[in-house]
Design a protein around this ligand. Sequence first.
Ligand SMILES: [Fe+2]
Length: 182
Amino acid sequence: MPPATPDAPPRPGHPAPDGPGLSELLDFAHRTAADPDTLALLPLDPAERTWIALEGPGGSEAWIIGWPPGAETGWHDHGGSRGAFVTATGRLAEQSIAVELPTEGWRTLELVDGVDRERDLPAGRGRAFGPRHVHQVVNASQEEHAVSVHVYHPPLPLLRRYSRHGRVLRLELVEGPEEWAP
Ligand SMILES: [Fe+2]
């Protein structure tokens, strides 16, 4: 029988085995959103969302996203990843559901009253969210572009898209990274 191999001691500065926590993700999003040189890398399109990938902290995945007036994501989750995002310029609104939903095993779900939340996120504001977060994000402005920074850990394995009719949420589509990678 081979001798047991001792576990390697953790290296200084090495991320914890399960990666960066919500505060670290949110801090990265805030710092990047306040960095004009990094934001300037993003091309803007007057009619379409644009995005570029960044390397996030501790093996996470990050994006800068440009939102023309009226752009929105539709309802979605993040495939079990946690994350954070911060508005860098302009203003975004987030609609979210204040209960943790199972990430799989259902096709339609009827929400109870009182679980809808809305956040106004002007430049410099953001939020972190856990692995079961379901939301949609919109640039409700009719004139102003918005730019935001998003970070996810683990890197998004997939994204589930939902339709919403009143209180009923219905799974419509599961997207893999090949659908959004540039
Ligand atoms: Fe999202």
